[in-house]
Design a protein around this ligand. Structure first.
Ligand code: INI
Length: 186
């Protein structure tokens, strides 16, 4: 049998990435973005927005990340998408709603589209904790970029080596016997 795993170096110049970044708490998300760019650059990716390898999409906050990530994913243009956000707990339950929707939405968008979408959203109790993870102690933006490189490479390998999925493969009892699809009214 075969072992499949992503690499961080094979054909980097042929990969395309989309970065979706929340403006909310941009003191933190800007630093995550820098870490992310540094990692991509050091792995041979041209991070110039005028180039062909990385596009940048800014959204108001983490709540908007899934919608834009999903739309970007179904363009078919990118090997992986990285969502960057920072949700910091305040005095109200707002944090829980934004963090939960961002996490669920990013997972759903990735699952629905089959494109790797990295969940690069910090969820912390304080701004200090967020900053520590965005450059003061370490910069998780770097790790998120590594995750994207690994998943882009792994999925490319899987697409190359495994048979194409047979639609509607999730529901079909066997590939030869697809379930009947509902007929839409005239
Ligand atoms: N968005 C964040 O990215 N982080 C936060 O901490 C945050 N808080 O706490 O409110 C936040 N809110 C904005 C939200 O993401 C949406 O942009 C807004 O609700 C409009 O849909």
């Amino acid at each position: 049998m075969t072992v499949f795993e992503g690499t961080f170096h094979r054909d980097p110049s042929t990969l395309r990435f989309a970065l979706v970044i929340g403006r909310f708490n941009d003191l933190v998300t800007g630093k995550l973005l820098s870490g992310c760019q540094d990692c991509l650059k050091r792995h041979g990716i041209n991070i110039d927005p005028q180039g062909t390898q990385v596009d940048y999409f800014w959204v108001p906050g983490s709540f908007e990340l899934p919608m834009v990530a999903r739309r970007v994913a179904i363009s078919g243009r990118y090997n992986a998408i990285i969502c960057l956000g920072a949700v910091i707990r305040g005095d109200t339950p707002h944090f829980d709603y934004v963090a939960a929707e961002a996490a669920k939405g990013v997972a759903a968008a990735s699952f629905q589209t089959g494109i790797p979408i990295v969940f690069g959203v910090l969820t912390t109790d304080t701004l200090q904790q967020a900053l520590e993870r965005a450059g003061i102690k370490s910069n998780l933006g770097w790790n998120y970029a590594l995750n994207a490189l690994e998943m882009a490479s792994l999925m490319r390998e899987i697409h190359r080596e495994l048979p194409a999925p047979t639609y509607p493969y999730l529901d079909s009892p066997t590939a030869d016997e697809p379930p009947s699809l509902p007929v839409s009214p005239e």
